[in-house]
Design a protein around this ligand. Structure first.
Ligand code: ADQ
Length: 479
């Protein structure tokens, strides 16, 4: 393989993304191949000209394009975030359909294709990330690119009945299929996409994840993304983590702690989670005064009306719960709308008896994996996980819940609080095995090996065989 060329809306040039899992995962392969990373600079210009910033960092070329105000609105805020994001999270009731947006989305994808083509060499491999660039594969082919292209979708892919509510569904599906390897987070997402291709595009499935469609053979697989588990574990003993533990311990006292960490987004099921916590205190009076919950939820796109509404809902729910049950020396539920450093989060997870991860729908959900990685093996906490998060396919030793069912969720929290140490350990060992084995390096390797037919980073054969066997076992379990 030549160089790896990664494309994603935001890149590791972004301070907020640099420490994130994707940045870490990709940078290894980018550094090793002297690769390049294309994305949006985060800057907006008024009309023409649209600048491209180029710089080199640790052997990796960054090429960052500005967007015009019209592009930021039509491509980013509107088509990507107000149409694709809700529909792909099964919320077509929240989707906004604006006629011109698709043309702008399409034009931005075309512009990136031209930028990439102008700099790519024949043996380079292009890896496209996420829903902002679903037309890019086809645009690259139109520009004459014949090399390998991979596409990975970080968010869920909905069932065909829902996908078809996007007016350009056929166009999007055809464009994605211009890539050679198409990766989803879960088997469920993969099946949804294949079902659409079968039912509406005449696709035929062949051996080994190969699908024939639109006159091409493409590989469509599930590649569940992981975290850098080893690194995350090491955060727990850091000064920042311990400082966070000391500070929150003053709030918790002798009580058990329940933690939730999410971007404030309607897909994360926060009002439902708060309501379930209220139901726990209503239905299980013995838990009152015995536990405290902290929800960390920084706003992600607070300019959008739905997020303001979400904030109001959370204010009302937490006010009700704290008003009904709080005491002079006890606040049952706090929520903090600020961001924390990863080390601080590791500390907070590590002292929490319960990790509450209950999205209504999620591609994977990395918080679930971070919570597991941060636990003390001798006295681990319990992960409560939504069955509608991609992570549920792998993490079946969590307490799996329906996040819409407040009674079910309240019962799960109650069960987690009183779970015997031995059962907590057993469940955690099984979860930790998966989180550690299928980490971010495994994910990158698996995708790139399928894309290039060669492993980009030398790996011990026995280790790879073990991983493959475990993956088969996991696939069998979740089939
Ligand atoms: P997200 O929707 O952002 O990602 P998630 O997978 O949970 O969801 O990742 C969030 C990350 O942000 C975690 O690493 C978490 O620690 C961090 N984070 C959250 N709140 C924070 C806070 N207050 N302060 C600091 N950090 C915070 C999308 C998809 C997911 C998919 C990922 C990766 O929606 O389904 O798992 O991409 O593919």
């Amino acid at each position: 393989m030549g160089r790896l060329i990664a494309v994603s809306n935001r890149t590791a040039a972004d301070a907020s993304a640099r420490a994130g899992g994707l940045a870490v995962a990709l940078s290894d392969a980018l550094v090793k191949t002297n690769g390049a990373w294309f994305g949006w600079s985060g800057e907006t210009t008024q009309g023409q000209p649209r600048g491209v910033t180029m710089f080199r960092n640790e052997g990796v070329d960054f090429l960052l394009a500005d967007l015009t105000e019209e592009e930021r609105q039509g491509y980013y805020l509107s088509y990507s975030n107000s149409l694709i994001w809700p529909v792909f999270h099964y919320r077509n009731d929240l989707a906004r359909f604006v006629e011109d947006d698709f043309n702008i989305y399409s034009a931005v994808n075309d512009r990136f294709a031209r930028l990439i083509i102008a700099r790519a060499r024949d043996d380079d491999v292009i890896w496209i990330h996420d829903y902002h660039f679903m037309l890019l594969g086809e645009a690259l082919r139109r520009e004459g690119w014949t090399g390998r292209i991979g596409f990975f979708l970080h968010i869920p892919f909905p069932p065909p009945e829902i996908f078809r509510t996007v007016p350009q569904h056929y166009h999007l599906a055809r464009a994605i299929c211009a890539c050679d390897v198409i990766g989803f987070q879960s088997m469920n997402d993969r099946m949804n996409f294949i079902r659409y291709l079968r039912e509406y595009c005449g696709a035929r499935e062949r051996e080994g994840d190969i699908v024939e469609v639109f006159g091409r053979r493409v590989r469509i697989g599930a590649y569940p993304i992981g975290i850098d588990a080893e690194m995350f574990k090491s955060y727990v003993s850091s000064e920042k983590a311990q400082n966070a533990v000391r500070r929150i311990s003053r709030f918790i006292g002798e009580r058990l702690h329940v933690i939730g960490v999410d971007r404030m987004d309607y897909s994360k099921g926060l009002p439902e989670r708060f309501a379930a916590f209220g139901k726990l205190l209503d239905d299980y009076p013995e838990t009152r005064g015995k536990l405290s919950m902290t929800q960390i939820a920084p706003p992600s796109r607070s300019s959008v009306e739905e997020y303001r509404e979400l904030r109001n809902q959370l204010d009302a729910l937490s006010g009700r719960i704290n008003g009904d049950y709080g005491d002079l020396d006890w606040t049952p539920l706090r929520y903090l709308v600020r961001s924390f450093e990863r080390e601080e989060l590791a500390g907070l997870y590590s002292i929490s008896r319960v990790g509450l991860v209950t999205p209504l729908r999620d591609g994977m959900n990395l918080v679930a994996k971070e919570y597991v990685a941060a636990q003390n093996p001798e006295d681990p906490g319990v992960l409560i996980l939504s069955e509608f998060a991609g992570a549920a396919e792998q993490l079946d030793q969590a307490l799996l819940v329906n996040p819409y069912d407040a009674a079910n969720l309240a019962a799960a929290i109650n069960m987690a609080l009183y779970m015997p140490l031995e059962e907590r350990r057993e469940r955690w060992h099984a979860l930790n095995e998966i989180v550690s084995r299928y980490d971010i390096a495994w994910w990158r390797e698996k995708f790139l090996t399928d894309l290039t037919g060669e492993s980009s980073i030398a790996e011990d054969d026995a280790d790879e065989a073990r991983r493959a066997a475990a993956l088969r076992a996991w696939r069998k379990r979740s089939a």
